[in-house]
Design a protein around this ligand. Structure first.
Ligand SMILES: [Zn+2]
Length: 259
């Protein structure tokens, strides 16, 4: 457990860190099926892991994680119908994140980085930032937030540097090579390499259907092959991701680099 987690600290310790200029990292995940080989908390674990790596690089404290995300979508997360998938509506997620942001502002925090682990959360985190700005009512420019996710910091060159056979399309990486490799590096005891998907991965049509067309759902919810997943590649990828997020929070939020 990283010593930068707010819930593990006393109120006094947190206050001292804020006074010293620590920024707040807010991890946001989901409770979503990731195949038969990864846990429901995969996106949550990866979001927290990302924050821990960033907090090793810059002076930051990690807020309690938001475990609940927006509903899993068929083309990006395998579908919300799967047993164990428990998610929030857009309104609830954006209100929840906004309330946390506003309360942090009331406690004197002015710089927050929101670190997302679940693709479907993206625009509702954006909405939370807009709501927090409105609701905090602080003078313009006083409050600054940065919102990102591990996949935003990757590109073809990074993936080529980390993986012998990089994935074809990152948008189909749900429960696949990248997330499995990251989980093997972050929490290998929760990965079941003997339960990898054995089915085909047909491409989806370029649109969504509501209510969801259940014939689009595959057996596991994994959307691309897992072959070649390994801890070393996952760790290398997350090192690059954490370095890049650290650079961004130093540049954009004035975070102080650890020496
Ligand atoms: Zn995921």
């Amino acid at each position: 457990m990283s010593r930068h987690h707010i819930p593990q600290m006393t109120w006094q310790e947190v206050g001292e860190r804020f006074e010293q200029g620590a920024i707040v990292l807010l991890p946001i995940g989901a409770n979503e099926g990731h195949g038969k080989h990864l846990p429901l908390a995969t996106d949550t674990i990866i979001a927290v892991h990302t924050c821990e790596l960033v907090a090793e690089r810059v002076d930051a404290v990690i807020a309690p994680v938001i475990h609940w995300g927006y509903k899993s979508q068929m083309r990006t997360g395998g579908g919300h119908h799967r047993t164990g998938n428990i998610g929030l509506t857009a309104d609830t997620l954006s209100a929840l994140a906004a309330e946390i942001l506003v309360d942090l502002m009331e406690k004197g925090v002015r710089r927050v980085a929101l670190i997302n682990g679940h693709y479907e959360n993206t625009w509702f985190i954006t909405e939370a930032c807009h709501r927090a700005i409105r609701e905090a009512g602080l003078p313009e420019g006083e409050l600054r937030m940065l919102s990102t996710a591990w996949w935003e910091l990757t590109d073809d060159d990074v993936l080529k540097a980390c993986f012998e056979r990089p994935p074809g399309a990152i948008e189909y990486e749900h429960g696949a090579l990248l997330e499995t490799s990251i989980m093997l590096s972050a929490q290998p005891d929760l990965v079941h390499m003997d339960r990898l998907p054995q089915h085909e991965f047909p491409a989806f049509p370029p649109y969504d259907i509501f209510p969801p067309d259940m014939s689009w759902a595959n057996e596991t919810g994994v959307l691309a092959p897992v072959d070649g997943a390994n801890a070393k590649s996952g760790a290398k990828l997350m090192t690059i991701v954490a370095d890049r997020i650290a650079e961004a929070v130093i540049k954009e939020l004035g975070a102080i680099r650890r020496v």
